[in-house]
Design a protein around this ligand. Structure first.
Ligand code: ADP
Ligand code: MG
Length: 271
C-alpha cells in the first residue's frame, strides 16, 4: 500500500454507496385524504458522508429518515442500505438513532442508560459497562457515569444519547433534530464536538435540521427539501474542507454556501 492514498492529490476510487434511494414515494393513509409525504425521491449517500436534510416542517425529513431506517415503508420505489434492504440493514444493526429529546431513563444512571440496550442485545454486564464507559469518554462525559440524567444539562443529556447510539458501532448514525431543543451556545459547542467526532470516525451520518448554519457547518452534502408533496429541490455537495472550526462561519465560502441553501429553500417554498 502506498502512502499517497491518503493525500488529497490522489484521485480516490468512488466510495461505496451507504444509502441509495430510487424514485421513492410515501403516502400516508389517513381518515380523510391521503398525505403525500414524499414524492419521487432520488438520493445517493456515499460511505462516510455527513448528510443534512433541511427543509420546513412537514416536508418529509423525518419520513425520509424513517424509510432509510426501516421504520416506515415506501409506497413506491427502491431503497438500499449498504447494498441490502433497510430491513436487512436493521437486522444487521446498521443504525444508531439520536432524537430531539434524549429519551433517557431518569431512574438509571448515565452508565446504566448506555448499558441497557447493549445488555438487551445480550452483551454480558461487564463488557457492556466497559463499552459504555469507552463511548461516554468519546463524547467527553468521563466522570459523569454515576450521575442521573436530571443532574445533567440538556446538552450533556444529548451527549449521553449520542454515546448510546454509537455504542453499537452503527455504520449509519441517524440524528433527527438532535440539538433543536438546546440553546444556541450549547448547540454550537455540540456541533463542534460532533464535527470532530465525525472527522475522527468518518461514520455515515444522516442529520435532520431546520438550521441553515448547522447544516452548512456539519455537512459534506446538503439535501434541501420542500413540502406538499415532500420532495428534494436541491442537493449541494459542500466545497468546504473536511476539517472545520466554528470560525469558518465568518468565511466567505461558508456565507456563500449558506446563501445557496437559503435560495434553494426559498425556491422550494415558492415553486
Ligand atoms: P418533517 O420531519 O419534515 O417535519 P414529516 O416526515 O414528519 O416531516 O411529515 C411529512 C408529512 O407527512 C407531514 O404532512 C405530516 O403531517 C405527515 N405525516 C407524518 N407522519 C404521518 C403519519 N404517521 N400519518 C399521517 N401523516 C403523517
Ligand atoms: Mg421531523
Amino acid at each position: 500500500m502506498s502512502t499517497t492514498e491518503d493525500t488529497a492529490s490522489y484521485s480516490k476510487p468512488p466510495k461505496r454507496p451507504a444509502v441509495s434511494v430510487r424514485n421513492a414515494s410515501v403516502v400516508y393513509t389517513t381518515a380523510d385524504s391521503p398525505v403525500h409525504a414524499l414524492s419521487n425521491i432520488d438520493l445517493d449517500i456515499a460511505d462516510g458522508e455527513f448528510v443534512a436534510l433541511i427543509g420546513p416542517s412537514g416536508c418529509g425529513k423525518t419520513t425520509l429518515m424513517r424509510v432509510v431506517a426501516d421504520l416506515e415503508k415506501t409506497s413506491a420505489g427502491e431503497v438500499l442500505v449498504n447494498g441490502v434492504t433497510p430491513h436487512a440493514a436493521r437486522v444487521a444493526r446498521a443504525y444508531g438513532y439520536v432524537f430531539q429529546a434524549p429519551a433517557l431513563f431518569p431512574w438509571r444512571t448515565v452508565l446504566a442508560n448506555v448499558t441497557l440496550p447493549l445488555q438487551i442485545q445480550g452483551m454480558a454486564q461487564a463488557q457492556a459497562k466497559s463499552v459504555a464507559r469507552e463511548h461516554l469518554e468519546r463524547v467527553g462525559l468521563q466522570g459523569f457515569e454515576g450521575k442521573y440524567p436530571w443532574q445533567l444539562s440538556g446538552g450533556m443529556q444529548q451527549r449521553v444519547s449520542i454515546a448510546r447510539a454509537l455504542s453499537f458501532e452503527p455504520k449509519i448514525l441517524m440524528m433527527d433534530e438532535p440539538f433543536g431543543a438546546l440553546d444556541e451556545i450549547t448547540r454550537d459547542r455540540l456541533n463542534e464536538q460532533l464535527q470532530q467526532l465525525w472527522q475522527r470516525e468518518r461514520r455515515t451520518v444522516l442529520f435532520v435540521t431546520h438550521s441553515i448554519a448547522e447544516a452548512v457547518y456539519l455537512s459534506t452534502k446538503i439535501v434541501v427539501m420542500s413540502p406538499r408533496p415532500g420532495r428534494i429541490v436541491k442537493v449541494i455537495d459542500s466545497p468546504l474542507p473536511d476539517a472545520r472550526h466554528l470560525g469558518l462561519r465568518d468565511a466567505p465560502e461558508f456565507i456563500a454556501l449558506a446563501h445557496e441553501v437559503r435560495e434553494a429553500l426559498a425556491d422550494g417554498h415558492h415553486g
